[in-house]
Design a protein around this ligand. Structure first.
Ligand code: COA
Length: 157
């Protein structure tokens, strides 16, 4: 395992996309995030990269991507506030609890703040204890429960 100090946080380039995608497959398994409204697939990565590639960050050590953060900014009608949404934060389990997520988040926060964002949003499964602890540690407040439901359109009514 690498020394913490050798981990570099930087904006992703197109050459990182495959590594990000494969690390996401490892981290965002259907068991770990069974009912996320967004699904992790290659289109998710490429679409977000095309949309706002400055908000796609990687943590790299010795040429290997060991974490990433992907977000976007949202302008709401009739609101003076610009919002940032951290959509995906994934750390290679071999590099967990080494502060990599924390460093990626801090950089993401700086980057969106420089774009005029005043409020950040994140969402995660209610039972994702690691993520809840992580975001709490980062100062997020007011966790609000949100219920997702499904309707099977193939079923006879
Ligand atoms: C949640 C996640 C991003 C944390 O990344 P990380 O690099 O391991 O986190 P850090 O080392 O920066 O931890 C910072 C703080 O967060 C909290 N934390 C992180 N992982 C934790 C865990 N498994 N259990 C409890 N608290 C945790 C701790 O307070 C920690 O500080 P400490 O180590 O000094 O106690 C990582 O576990 C992950 O990729 N999880 C799977 C994907 C996911 O759920 N992403 C978030 C929603 S998109």
């Amino acid at each position: 395992m690498s020394d913490f100090h050798t981990i570099d946080i930087r904006t992703a380039t197109i050459d990182d996309l495959a590594a990000i995608f494969h690390l996401g497959e490892k981290v965002f398994t259907s068991q770990a995030v069974p009912n996320l409204y967004r699904t992790w697939d290659e289109y998710e990565v490429t679409t977000l990269f095309n949309g706002d590639s400055e908000l796609l960050l990687v943590a790299e050590t010795q040429g290997k991507v060991v974490g990433f953060a992907i977000g976007t900014t949202i302008e709401k009608a009739r609101s003076a506030w610009n919002y940032g949404h951290l959509l995906w934060l994934g750390i290679d389990p071999e590099y967990a609890r080494m502060g990599v997520g924390s460093r990626l988040f801090d950089r993401f926060r700086e980057d969106v703040a420089s774009k005029g964002v005043r409020m950040l949003l994140v969402d995660t499964q209610a039972d994702n204890k690691a993520a809840l602890e992580f975001f709490h540690d980062k100062g997020f407040e007011n966790p609000t429960a949100h219920v997702y439901m499904t309707l099977n359109l193939q079923k006879d009514t």
